[in-house]
Write a protein that binds this ligand. Structure first.
Ligand code: FDA
Ligand code: NAD
Length: 433
């Protein structure tokens, strides 16, 4: 017999966006029992970026509750007790397998039913699997993906079991670079294989990539470009032994970590909500075409005012801000107030070894390098400005201080004329905007 619970506000997904939404609900005024968060994960919302960084370190690794939201943005850490205290029901280890938006009921794998007045979809993304690319033998043991804390725990267990062994990292994107670095810090023999000719090809220019590639090679990491994993061999115990590449090479491996992209989790709403690109279509208030349903974080394809474009953004800053915006909108509409439309400035960052970069804006047009990008420098500091129609529309900075990163964000927002200001960047002055 299935049970049913009802909530005024229901959030499906218990990741970054859900946590920041909960905090915003409390700020705006929430009564006990009004809000529930349903998560397939077993833990309260946390700052997901930690999983590919300090969570994997051999020493001083972070563990929950150390990185529950909202510490990643310098905010209050919301422990499980906080939700209890605020009368927010955290329904953990619960996967929703059916969403009926007409009857406003979600059904869990265990058969529980949850009804709502207002639904916020915050299901995030899942990792793409090598099996989806037709890679043979990709179901061998010791091939890892990284999305949730349970994935990170399995990887940590193998890091301990296969001490100083061989790791092949498949993919040269965010996960590839961050996990590749973390595995090296764990003294593994690391090879990173990627299809493109450049690290992080969706953002990095040739010069930016050349810096990080040389830096990684100096750390003893092997890079194999322009090819892909096509098959895995495993031993009698089912554990992966070798990775076969498209170019014929074969690499020994004790552990494989694949970071081959992510896909927004929107299947539950297929045919029920308008889509745009590969996400759920929303307006600048994160309202979907169902007036009682909002979508935030990785799953939302929303209007970016600055570029007059509809985009999905798979990054944590947007997950936080879109969640806060949706809650403000919900509360404002209850009180017949209006609030400004979301005005996103895309912001991406990464931290590996002693390096740290930030990027703000749009990486379109003509990139111009500035600063010292010698990977052997004691403290490399360089950047790139993207120039479109004579304006600086995007800025990348490696090694910037917090104030400098704020300043480059302002440049990307204001889009000053390149002719006048490019020289300032070359001189290391970032504060003109
Ligand atoms: P998020 O993925 O955080 O949460 C979704 C939640 O929904 C999960 O708890 C999931 O279990 C749950 N869920 C999904 N389907 C469900 C269902 N049917 N029933 C119940 N629960 C369900 N970004 C950045 O800007 N800088 C960085 O350094 C990093 N680093 C980073 C590292 C790693 C390892 C990953 C995987 C990702 C990053 N990111 C990042 C990206 C960033 O973490 C990501 O954009 C946000 O977490 C998105 O927040 P959401 O809340 O949308 O999804
Ligand atoms: P990604 O899109 O950054 O990189 C995917 C990489 O895999 C690319 O290099 C691609 O060419 C390669 N690839 C795809 N198929 C392949 C194949 N069959 N064989 C070999 N290479 C193949 O995706 P990701 O690194 O998996 O990251 C997943 C998600 O996690 C993204 O949403 C990302 O934004 C997020 N994330 C972000 C950060 C950050 O912002 N610092 C850090 C970690 C993860």
């Amino acid at each position: 017999i299935s049970e049913e619970k009802s909530f005024k506000y229901l959030i499906i997904g218990g990741g970054v966006a859900a946590g920041y939404a909960a905090r915003e609900f409390v700020k705006q005024g929430l009564k006990p029992g009004e809000l529930a968060i349903i998560s397939k994960e077993a833990v309260a919302p946390y700052e997901r970026p930690a999983l590919s960084k300090a969570y994997l370190f051999p020493e001083g690794a972070v563990r929950l509750p150390g990185f529950n939201v909202c510490v990643g943005s310098g905010g209050e850490r919301l422990l499980p007790e906080w939700y209890v205290e605020k009368g927010i029901e955290l329904i953990l280890s619960t996967e929703i397998i059916k969403a009926d938006l007409d009857s406003k009921i979600l059904t869990s794998a265990a058969g529980m039913k949850y009804s709502y007045d207002i639904l916020i979809i915050a299901t995030g993304s899942r990792a793409l699997r090598l099996t989806e690319f037709g890679v043979h033998g990709a179901d061998a043991k010791n091939i890892f993906y990284l999305r949730e804390i349970s994935d990170a725990d399995k990887l940590v267990e193998e890091i301990r079991a296969k001490k100083k062994g061989k790791v092949v990292v498949v993919g040269g994107g965010y996960i590839g670079l961050e996990v590749g670095a973390a595995m090296r810090i764990n003294q593994f023999d690391v090879t990173i294989v990627y299809r493109e000719q450049l690290f992080m090809a969706r953002l990095f220019t040739r010069e930016i990539a050349a810096f990080y590639e040389a830096y990684y090679e100096n750390k003893g990491i092997k890079l194999i470009k322009g090819t892909a994993a096509v098959a895995f061999d495993s031993g009698a115990n089912g554990e992966v032994k070798a990775v076969k590449l498209k170019d014929g090479r074969v690499l020994e491996a004790d552990i494989v970590v694949a970071g081959v992209g992510a896909k927004p989790l929107i299947e539950l709403f297929e045919g029920q909500l308008d889509k745009a690109k590969d996400g759920i279509k929303t307006d600048g208030f994160f309202e979907t075409d169902d007036p009682d349903v909002y979508a935030v974080g990785d799953v939302a394809t929303f209007p970016i005012k600055l570029y007059d474009d509809m985009r999905r953004v798979e990054h944590v800053d947007h997950a936080r801000k879109s969640a806060e915006q949706a809650v403000k909108v919900i509360k404002a509409s209850e009180e017949n107030r209006s609030i400004p439309e979301y005005d996103c400035l895309p912001y991406f960052y990464s931290r590996v070894f002693n390096l740290s970069w930030s990027f703000y804006g749009d990486n379109v047009g003509n990139p111009v390098l500035f600063g010292d990008n010698n990977p052997a420098s004691a403290k490399p500091k360089f950047g790139t400005a993207w120039i479109k129609n004579g304006k600086i529309v995007g800025v990348f900075l490696e090694g910037g201080t917090a104030e400098e990163n704020k300043a480059i964000a302002q440049i990307a927002r204001v889009q000053p004329p390149a002719e006048k200001y490019l020289d300032q960047l070359r001189k290391g002055d970032y504060f003109f905007a």
